[in-house]
Design a protein around this ligand. Structure first.
Ligand SMILES: Cc1cc2nc3c(=O)[nH]c(=O)nc-3n(C[C@H](O)[C@H](O)[C@H](O)COP(=O)(O)OP(=O)(O)OC[C@H]3O[C@@H](n4cnc5c(N)ncnc54)[C@H](O)[C@@H]3O)c2cc1C
Length: 220
């Protein structure tokens, strides 16, 4: 979408007409991911009022989620407050809320808090969740990683498995091997998922007696 699509006037020509002041166009952008932020950045300096609504207060750099899941990075390394990112945009107002409905006829966005926002133009950039392609039961055993919560849950599971492997290293080697075997299912993201190392950067005391975990991967 371009400024021309939205019939937005540049700053130099906006403000007044012979009939009086021109009301500024109200744009609501739902989602401050890559898509939503690209729209807002493209409209910097335009004489319009932009409201960015996101249910999180941070923008998340999803491509590095797998590094959080394997303790190579901390969540704060890949998340930045939306307000900070957009602080130089004078025409932007940031709202922390969840959009629960859109009344397209009335041009109103309804929020979980009970509030609503009226718009002239609306951008829905709410992203996507992962899919199990009809096998949703797999989610219990193989959670996807799309959010910080997803990544820290996987990280907890991986680190606990490493701890158990360390505990069982002598007495029950078969069990130890089970704990050191990770199966990664997926496409490009899955293949980039690194095998966790005994010297994980986020680990203050590396494991002493386990060497390299095994990783098997497949693609769906
Ligand atoms: C692990 C992983 C690795 C990836 N690696 C790459 C890569 O290497 N290269 C690449 O190009 N792409 C990669 N991607 C994909 C890329 O990150 C996504 O395509 C991109 O983030 C999508 O951007 P988006 O703005 O559409 O959605 P998102 O980034 O998902 O943003 C959507 C936003 O909308 C908000 N939102 C959703 N619903 C509501 C609601 N109802 N109300 C208010 N707010 C809402 C969310 O909180 C979120 O902030 C990867 C993705 C993942 C998960």
């Amino acid at each position: 979408m371009t400024a021309a699509d939205l019939q937005i006037q540049p700053i130099a020509s906006a403000g007044k007409s012979r009939r009086g002041p021109v009301r500024r166009l109200r744009l609501v952008v739902v989602g401050a991911g890559f898509g939503g932020l690209a729209v807002v950045r493209g409209l910097k300096g335009r004489k319009i009022d932009i409201t960015v609504v996101d249910k999180q207060n941070h923008h998340l750099f999803q491509p590095l989620l797998y590094q959080v899941a394997t303790a190579a990075l901390s969540p704060a390394d890949i998340a930045a407050p939306i307000r900070t990112i957009l602080k130089a945009h004078d025409n932007v107002h940031v709202v922390l809320d969840e959009v629960v409905a859109v009344d397209a006829d009335g041009k109103v966005v309804r929020l979980a808090s009970g509030r609503s926002l009226t718009y002239d133009a609306l951008v829905l950039a709410t992203g996507a969740r992962h899919s199990y392609f009809g096998n949703d039961a797999w989610g219990v055993h193989a959670p996807g990683i799309k959010t910080i919560d997803d990544a820290t849950r996987v990280r907890r599971t991986v680190l606990l498995a490493m701890e158990h492997a360390e505990t069982f290293r002598q007495a029950r080697s078969a069990l130890r091997d089970d704990y050191l075997t990770f199966v990664v299912i997926g496409g490009p993201r899955g293949s980039r998922w690194p095998a966790p190392s005994p010297s994980l950067p986020g680990t203050p005391r590396p494991w002493t007696s386990i060497t390299s975990p095994r990783a098997a991967s497949g693609s769906s």
